[in-house]
Write a new protein. Structure first.
Length: 460
């Protein structure tokens, strides 16, 4: 495959929900922020005119982006629309004509994975896979076997270094900030291991429910939807060894090594829950046992982390909408002062909805007695200043930067971790909306620890 900047962008599913909410705003950002000036071809089934397609893009930017008339006009000049069935060879001939002299296109499949084989096969028959890159959306398979089968299909037509598997979490500024904070501060390295870290907690809480995604969610569940991908990627960024070298695979290599060291989940260390009222959501089966909450305990069998428990939980209809990481340090080897400490020191990474890094310490309370109080040193950044994930990811894919995308061995390692629970899922318990899941989640953590519930804000 040739290297260098892609000279055209094609996105399948151009009239779909993902395009409306994420892709058009990302494209406008690339035009405005990075000066992208290449053909941008949208493909979908409806027989839209060019004018209707541009009007649709305008509506998208007004609803989901920061609308700027000059940027929109530039984007509209780049946009082209091709309508047709993905199984019709004529659709891809029209695409070939729309691409004109472009020779290094980026094809973005913003479509259901069931359509991937049809589209990549048709691209190859039209000769549009030569020197091309391919971006595919999650979910990448439903389990380890289906992910491997999908990889086999894609590799018939595209080499691995031309495939970019999107996990939009990797494009989020606060997730990248975990890696930067770790490796830009030498003071952290000596205490970032099993000798000093007592446990790690990762919480992704959403106060809202499934809403209008009943059919999708009931076929997916929390484990597949966010844990297998988003949460394990956060874990990899948090726990991997320092990258060596400057090529795009340096960080990927360390992520892969970390995820391959994660022990496959023991179903006995997993709690599944479903909020009361979920079964009444349109599209959900009346007898559904799909989880809207999952909590788990896992271990990383590496020299750095052996024996350190990692707790992950994610769910809907919880008391808050917040994503946080807590790295809790072990207590001092003996009690110097006559007080029982509720917590030891910690680091907290706030990933959303606001962003921050904080360190928890114990300091003396003013007065004659040697007793203390917990304080937190906080650094925050307003989310409004952050580059949207899809803009960052599509920009990287156009440049051929694979650092923020899933690699074949990494995706396989993630499925390997969760596969035992997919094969033997524990019972799904009900929980009341507005609570922190079923009681079995609390039982996962030992008697000397407890879940740390996210604060309402990084400074709250």
């Amino acid at each position: 495959m040739s290297v260098g900047q892609s000279d055209a962008l094609v996105f399948f599913g151009a009239t779909g929900d993902l395009a409306y909410k994420q892709i058009f705003p990302a494209l406008a950002g690339l035009v405005k922020d990075e000066g992208v000036e290449i053909p941008i071809v949208g493909i979908a089934l409806p027989a839209w005119t060019q004018e209707k397609f541009c009007a649709h893009a305008c509506d998208s930017l007004k609803a989901h982006g920061s609308f700027d008339e000059a940027t929109f006009q530039k984007l509209c000049r780049l946009l082209q629309y091709v309508n047709g069935d993905y199984s019709d060879p004529g659709t891809f001939q029209r695409l070939k004509q729309a691409l004109g002299s472009a020779r290094r296109p980026l094809h973005y499949l913003a479509i259901p994975p069931s359509l991937f084989p049809v589209v990549v096969g048709s691209l190859a028959k039209a000769g549009l896979n030569v020197n091309a890159r391919l971006v595919v959306e999650k979910p990448f398979g439903r389990d380890r076997a289906s992910a491997a089968a999908l990889n086999t299909t894609l590799h018939e037509f595209f080499p691995e270094d031309a495939i970019f598997r999107i996990d939009h979490y990797l494009g989020k500024e606060p997730v990248q900030n975990i890696v930067y904070t770790r490796f830009a501060n030498s003071a952290l390295e000596p205490i970032w291991n099993r000798t000093y870290v007592k446990s790690i907690q990762i919480t992704m809480a959403e106060a809202f429910g499934v809403d209008d995604r009943g059919s999708f969610y009931d076929a997916t569940g929390a484990l597949r939807d966010v844990v297998q991908n988003h949460m394990l990627q956060v874990l990899a960024n948090l726990m991997m060894d320092p990258p060596t070298g400057e090529d795009h695979d340096a960080r990927q290599d360390q992520k892969a090594a970390l995820l391959k060291a994660v022990c496959p989940l023991d179903p006995a260390n997993v709690a599944r829950g479903q909020y009361d009222g979920y079964r009444s959501v349109p599209g959900v089966k009346p007898d559904s046992t799909v989880e809207t909450f999952v909590a788990l305990k896992l271990y990383v069998d590496s020299w750095r982390w052996a024996g350190t428990p990692v707790y992950i939980r994610a769910g809907k209809k919880l008391p808050a909408t917040a994503t946080e990481v807590i790295v809790e340090y072990k207590p001092t080897p003996r009690a110097t002062f006559a007080e029982k400490l509720p917590y030891s020191g910690y680091m907290r990474f706030r990933l959303g909805p606001d962003v921050g890094v904080a360190m928890g310490l114990r300091v003396k309370r003013p007065g004659e007695q040697m007793v203390g109080q917990d304080v937190e040193l906080v650094l925050t950044e307003q989310a409004a200043s952050l580059v949207p994930p899809y803009e960052r990811l599509l920009g990287g894919a156009l440049r051929g930067d694979r650092e923020l995308f899933g690699r074949e061995d990494i995706v396989d390692a993630q499925w390997r971790v969760v596969q035992p629970v997919l094969d033997r899922p524990p019972a799904c318990e009900t929980y009341a909306p507005g609570t922190w899941g079923p009681k079995s989640a609390a039982a996962l953590i030992g008697s000397d620890d407890s879940w740390r519930d996210p604060k309402l804000s990084v400074t709250g």
